[in-house]
Design a protein around this ligand. Structure first.
Ligand code: IFM
Length: 477
């Protein structure tokens, strides 16, 4: 069996041609893009990865708190008890994103902070924190894009089976209903889930993520219940916030077989069906992909697919790279992730730099699902530590990754895709799940000893890009 990180991430077969070694980093992008002033540039974060204060003001444990503090699941034994301490430093973080000229912020709320007890009352201190966040955002002219569920299920629901229990779908809908009743008038964009496929597969199939469940049955049932909870939540949101724009966020990653073997082709087809198709087909088409339909049959009751299928206003696509897959009969879940270990110059967390894959992902959604409005809800690059001693925080690799992905995003717009926004993952270095605090995705460095924030080169570059687009004149011909 391969090591965990190798199993999850993939190396491309060869260095990709789109990023020449001598591409001048600092002068490249801001003047060459044509997204225009109406395009929504933003930053993305999630509650558990940045907030800390895990036991403050009434918050109780979520599945990640348990996962971090039991067993050896997280690299270096890290946890998110403090992480960026955003709970106490939120105004500074909002000031940083506003100072960049960024006008949109996608964040999530912590379910165990808002509802710390099973069937218990709302936690007023938890709600007050997110009210203060909204005050800061509105004060600085930044639009909130709220994601209701970014993987931090309350432990009291996990104790009842979590996402493998159908009841959790109804609990999510109840949560969405209550949160949208409370914040409805203050938030214009609502996303239900973040990356159902990742949460189901890594958390319930492979056990690399919380809650650490394993096996195909857990994987498939969790994914169906996430899809069901998402559909029910969209219905609740439509009723409560009819004026808002409602959507959800999916990880869309084109899947490629690592070799030309028939086994690899089959493994890639199954993973594509489970990762991409089993999330997007129920939502847009009201069915599961034929290749995996039988796997979902035991959990999918009559009427479920009509609930899963919802008309949304926009889809968030999280894109990092393609998935390259190799079949291994030893592997328990029918599919196996392999890496071919070819060197790739530009890589983050062993993720290949494949900006053309972003184009492929966007065009796939555009073509297959009836040209929905899309925004890139996450795209980002991890390094172990940015900057050379004494040089300031230079993060050329990240900058080139973002620049190249944006170039292919522009290409998808030119090809007719209805793409209205791009959100960088992430504002701050933060808790990167099973990889702990080591992998840094931020455009702003966080010194985790002092919690000092320092913008990196990419922050200034992104700011320049956003400002240049805001100033662009749109000439209609
Ligand atoms: O940090 C994660 C985020 O929570 C979900 N999408 C991928 C990011 C980077 O791995």
């Amino acid at each position: 069996m391969m090591k965990r990180r190798e199993a999850m991430r993939f190396l491309a077969a060869a260095p990709l041609p789109f990023v020449p070694d001598d591409w001048p980093i600092t002068q490249r992008a801001p003047t060459s893009y044509a997204f225009g002033p109406d395009f929504n540039f933003g930053f993305s974060t999630s509650a558990y990865q940045i907030e800390g204060a895990v036991h403050e003001d009434g918050r109780t444990d979520g599945i990640w708190d348990i996962f971090c503090h039991t067993g050896h699941h997280i690299r270096n034994g890290d946890n998110a008890d403090i992480t960026c301490d955003h709970y106490h430093r939120m105004p500074e973080d909002v000031a940083l994103l506003a100072a960049a000229g960024v006008r949109n912020y996608r964040y999530s709320v912590s379910w165990p902070r808002l509802y710390p007890e099973m069937n218990g009352p709302a936690n007023s201190k938890g709600f007050a924190f997110y009210d203060r966040l909204l005050d800061e955002l509105h004060d600085k002219g930044v639009s909130p894009w709220l994601c209701l569920y970014h993987w931090d299920l309350p432990q009291y629901l996990q104790a009842r089976g979590g996402w493998t229990n159908r009841d959790t779908a109804y609990r999510l809908a109840e949560f969405s209903d209550k949160v949208s009743r409370y914040f409805g008038s203050r938030i214009g964009h609502w996303m239900v889930l973040n990356e159902a496929a990742v949460h189901a597969y890594l958390g319930h199939g492979l056990g690399f993520h919380a809650p650490g469940m394993t096996g195909k049955d857990n994987w498939v049932s969790a994914l169906h219940h996430l899809n069901l909870g998402q559909g029910l939540s969209v219905q609740a949101l439509r009723a409560n916030v009819p004026q808002a724009r409602i959507g959800t966020v999916a990880s869309v990653e084109p899947v490629r077989p690592s070799t030309k073997s028939a086994d690899d082709a089959q493994a890639a087809a199954v993973l594509d069906a489970m990762w991409n198709g089993a999330v997007l087909d129920p939502l847009f088409l009201g069915e599961y992909p034929a290749l995996v339909r039988d796997d979902f049959a035991p959990y999918c009751r009559s009427g479920d697919l009509a609930v899963c299928r919802q008309k949304i206003d926009l889809l968030g696509i999280n894109y990092y790279s393609r998935l390259h897959i190799r079949y291994d009969p030893k592997y328990a879940l029918d599919v196996f992730f392999g890496s071919n270990n070819d060197p790739v110059k530009y890589k983050a967390l062993n993720v290949p730099m494949e900006p053309d894959g972003l184009y492929e992902a966007v065009m796939h959604v555009h073509d297959r699902y009836g040209r929905p409005e899309i925004f890139i809800s996450e795209n980002g690059f991890a390094t172990v530590k940015d900057g050379k001693p004494g040089s300031g925080l230079e993060d050329d690799g990240r900058l080139e990754y973002l620049a190249a992905n944006l170039a292919f995003l522009q290409k998808s717009r030119e090809a007719g895709a209805n793409v209205s926004g791009y959100f960088v993952w992430s504002l701050l270095d933060n808790f990167e799940w099973d990889a702990g605090m080591k992998y840094r995705f931020g455009l702003v460095d966080v010194d985790f000893a002092t919690l000092k924030r320092t913008p990196k080169q990419s922050y200034y570059w992104y700011s320049a890009l956003v400002r240049s687009q805001a100033k662009m004149q749109v000439v209609k011909v």
